[in-house]
Design a protein around this ligand. Structure first.
Ligand SMILES: [Zn+2]
Length: 244
């Protein structure tokens, strides 16, 4: 798979490290360790900064002769969605994700679990830019944020000064097709719904409770696949509840 450096990082630094949303300590430490090891190998110097919520920024100083180039900030989120449809479940807190290359040798996936390409591959590219010894570049800052998937905490509570985030361009590496650049997109909104109800049976103790699950759907991403005619588990449960 190419570029080799990016895939090596994806496999050995990222996929092998547990990193569910709100549990980014391990991946943050792994990234710092990787950068320090690479520094010794490649003689590239970096400065590493963190803020209170747990975002990490790593700066690679410009190559000699490139100091006048504008600083570019690349951003990717460290966390991933941890979902499985394996019969026995999967311990995402303890285990990395075993990668699987499909027979066509074109696609990498995971068997029975989410892969974490969102945004693991973005993190891999942002790290490769920091350590690629063939690259001649101006200042580069790679910014790795926490908990994008479950509340945008990293973006909401970012402390740009602590992270020394000064740059001319800001490129987010969390999108789909590799040859597409998005220059604007819709936002997200969180909705809290509260509803009080009364039990119809005389005492709640006498009620029987059932657990209803919707699973085995095709999956997909609410951003890129929203237009496809796929079932959505949230909507199906809601529809079911209204007719019960
Ligand atoms: Zn993402």
């Amino acid at each position: 798979m190419s570029p080799r450096l990016v895939w090596d990082i994806f496999e050995n630094v990222i996929a092998s490290t547990p990193r569910c949303s709100k549990s980014e300590d391990k991946i943050r430490e792994k990234i710092k360790k990787f950068i320090k090891e690479e520094e010794k190998k490649n003689n590239i110097s970096h400065s590493i900064k963190e803020d209170k919520i747990g975002n990490l920024s790593i700066q690679r100083r410009a190559t000699d002769g490139y100091q006048n180039y504008p600083t570019i900030i690349f951003q990717a989120h460290m966390d991933m969605v941890c979902e499985t449809n394996l019969q026995d479940g999967f311990n995402f807190k303890q285990n990395g994700i075993p990668l699987h290359i499909q027979e066509n040798e074109k696609w990498v996936d995971a068997i029975g679990t989410t892969l974490g390409a969102d945004d693991g591959i973005g993190v891999a590219f942002a790290l490769a830019l920091l350590v690629d010894s063939d690259l001649k570049c101006g200042n580069i800052i790679s910014l790795f944020t926490v908990n994008e998937e479950d509340g945008f905490d990293g973006a909401n509570y970012i402390e740009p000064e602590k992270l020394d985030l000064k740059g001319k361009f800001y490129v987010n590496l969390d999108s789909g097709p590799i040859n597409q650049v998005t220059i604007g997109s819709v936002g997200g909104r969180r909705v809290y719904l509260r509803k009080s109800f009364e039990f119809l049976a005389p005492t709640p103790e006498k009620l029987r409770f059932y657990k209803i699950k919707v699973e085995g759907l095709l999956g997909g991403h609410s951003g890129g696949d929203i237009h496809l005619p796929r079932a959505n588990a949230n909507k199906m449960i809601a529809r079911l509840m209204t007719v019960l």
